[in-house]
Ligand binder design. Structure first.
Ligand SMILES: CC(=O)SCCNC(=O)CCNC(=O)[C@H](O)C(C)(C)COP(=O)(O)OP(=O)(O)OC[C@H]1O[C@@H](n2cnc3c(N)ncnc32)[C@H](O)[C@@H]1OP(=O)(O)O
Ligand SMILES: CC(C)C(=O)C(=O)O
Length: 552
């Protein structure tokens, strides 16, 4: 690895040790959320959204509760321009939503941007150009003072156009590549723009500080934000915004630290679509707040629907492991995780039962699950999935939740091994339906013993049956008999689990039946059959061979 090609140095330390206030702070309210799905997200797509998909995304963002939406880059293309026109002239922007439009610092493109919003009663025009040394020298071929002049002239041009536009036009300014710009230069240029647009608490400037390409650890970004927040001339006339990208995979952490460091607003996208590794994921940020008891001020109660809509607009799937939304993020395959989740669910159900309240009213406390999937419109169905990494707890949970049957502890262990053999052999996941089929095949068959049901009569049919069995020379007695109601999915009113000692060897059986007695008789016959199967395989119950002759 040619590591010598990469610079080791971190940026200068901006804050004196011990003075940073963001360290240890946790959020107590949601920031101002700004969606850039329709601009930064859109510009990164292989197939940028057409008008229909743009509209769908806009409507979704409004439904979720976004009040600040960047609707496009109107000077980029006819589609972008047309979409902005449709929204601003079509009366489709709710009164409590403010839209913004993006423009680079090029006069003809600024003009085109204002043309797009002509007639609007309110909008934000977002001016952006890079400020970092590499961009100044390589992209613009300008000195710092020439880049400062670019910002000044563009801001002045925008103010002039806004004065003539009629509506309430406000401004956003992004020193693109802020995170790798010399801090003093970023501060100077931000102060200059704030001065030109006359940023005041009544008419604030949104100063958006992007980590256009994430280059440092999140704590470095937090220091940069705190330093800017402390040093801006017109801080109280500024909405301090961040716009993290995810090149190092730490955009969410960077945004959270930046909020603790004084940022008021976050720009990002749903599920983190955006240039390269994407923008910060607003769903993750919002649900991180939610899971720590802070109202995110976005309605994410139906994540599957949000995901479907976003996948359609972006024509890109949300990965299986994406926080909160991925297919597998509320799923455990591993035995110990399943065991803990299953116990946690039962514990919660018991507490809800004891308190006489629905489960959804209780504080959520289930091991391995940071939030209740149902709070996000997801179900418990896929929480426990079974493969060769699974254990008895998870398998029993599937039987309990899908078929309403509660295996006794000993039978759980035994059936766990039965399923383990199946998954070891296939190397694959076993679906809940297959688990049920294996259970029925393993315990539902009473084989040659079926005919013995006829002997199960009298006061206690199980005793009567066993007397008959012993009469055939089989040494069998009941060790445990667990009677229960058949669950709604089991197809029977009663279920019974019987552990017999056959020639002093324990063996389990299970039976379903219309009555408790019928289920018990089936369970005993199932256990006898299973012990007989072992005898036929050369197991340890030699008397059975004779007994089976007797049955015939
Ligand atoms: C960080 C961000 O996400 S910024 C947003 C980026 N988004 C996009 O680029 C998507 C939409 N863009 C487009 O459709 C096109 O780039 C257009 C239509 C806007 C402009 O297209 P073109 O005129 O062909 O220019 P092109 O895209 O090649 O831009 C390069 C020129 O713009 C200049 N430029 C780049 N960014 C900016 C900026 N923010 N402000 C001013 N000038 C800029 C470059 O220096 C270069 O100038 P040069 O020709 O004098 O060297
Ligand atoms: C326009 C700016 C905010 C941007 O998209 C970026 O720097 O990534």
């Amino acid at each position: 690895m040619p590591v010598h090609r990469y610079r080791r140095a971190e940026p200068q330390a901006l804050l004196e040790p011990g003075t940073r206030t963001w360290l240890g702070r946790s959020p107590d309210r949601a920031p101002l959320w700004s969606s850039v799905d329709l601009r930064d997200g859109n510009q990164a797509l292989a197939h940028p959204m057409d008008l229909r998909r743009k509209r769908k995304m806009f409507d979704l963002l409004v439904r979720l509760g976004f009040k600040d939406i960047e609707i496009g880059y109107p000077s980029a293309s006819e589609t972008e321009f047309e979409f902005v026109r449709q929204l601003v002239t079509g009366g489709r922007i709710p009164d409590d939503v403010t839209v913004s439009v993006f423009t680079p610092a090029r006069p003809e493109l600024i003009d085109r941007t204002f043309e797009a919003i002509r007639g609007t009663d309110r909008a934000v025009v977002h001016l952006c150009h890079a400020t970092a040394c590499l961009w100044r020298e390589v992209v613009f071929r300008k000195t710092p003072s020439e880049v400062l002049a670019l910002a000044q002239e563009s801001a002045q041009h925008m103010v002039r156009l806004a004065d003539h536009a009629g509506g309430d036009i406000r401004f956003e300014y992004s020193p693109e590549t802020f995170n790798v710009t010399e801090p003093e230069f970023a501060l100077e240029i931000a102060n200059t723009v704030a001065e030109i647009v006359d940023a005041t608490p009544e008419r604030p400037l949104t100063l958006n500080l992007p980590s256009t390409v994430e280059m440092h650890a999140p704590n470095v970004f937090a220091d940069q934000i705190e330093w800017m927040s402390r040093n801006l001339d017109r801080r109280n006339g500024i909405i301090l915004s961040v716009h993290p990208h995810n090149d190092r995979g730490t955009a969410v952490a960077a945004a959270e630290f930046a909020l603790a460091a004084g940022a008021d607003r976050v720009e990002g996208t749903l599920f983190g679509n955006g240039e390269r590794t994407g923008n910060v994921c607003l769903v993750t940020l919002a649900l991180n707040l939610f899971s720590r008891g802070v109202d995110p001020q976005l309605d994410l109660s139906d994540i599957p629907a949000v995901r479907r809509a976003v996948e359609e607009c972006n024509q890109m799937p949300v990965p299986d492991r994406h926080p909160y939304a991925g297919d597998l993020v509320f799923t455990a395959f591993s035995g110990t995780h399943q065991d803990a989740i299953a116990k946690g669910m039962v514990h919660l159900e018991d507490r809800a039962g004891a308190a006489g309240v629905p489960l959804g009213e209780l504080p959520w406390d289930v091991p391995y699950l940071p939030v209740d999937p149902q709070d996000l419109g997801r179900s418990y169905e896929a929480v426990i999935r079974v493969n060769s990494q699974s254990g008895k707890g998870g398998i029993a949970h599937v039987l309990r939740t899908r078929w309403g049957i509660e295996l006794p502890a000993g039978l759980r262990a035994e059936f766990g091994q039965v399923i383990q053999r199946v998954t070891d052999l296939s190397g694959k996941e076993v679906e809940p339906g297959q688990i049920w089929d294996v259970f029925r095949a393993e315990y539902g068959d009473t084989g040659d013993w079926a005919g013995f049901a006829a002997f199960a009569s009298g006061g206690d049919p199980v005793e009567a049956l066993l007397a008959e069995v012993r009469g055939c020379g089989v040494d069998a007695e009941v060790e445990q008999l667990v009677r229960d109601e058949g669950g709604p999915g089991s197809g029977a009113a009663h279920v019974c689990y019987a552990q017999l000692l056959v020639a002093h060897e324990p063996v389990w059986g299970a039976g379903l039946g219309a009555t408790s007695h019928a289920a018990a008789v089936q369970a005993v016959l199932s256990a006898l059959h299973r012990s007989g199967a072992r005898a036929a395989d050369g197991g340890s119950v030699p008397q059975l061979a004779g007994a089976r002759e007797g049955v015939r």
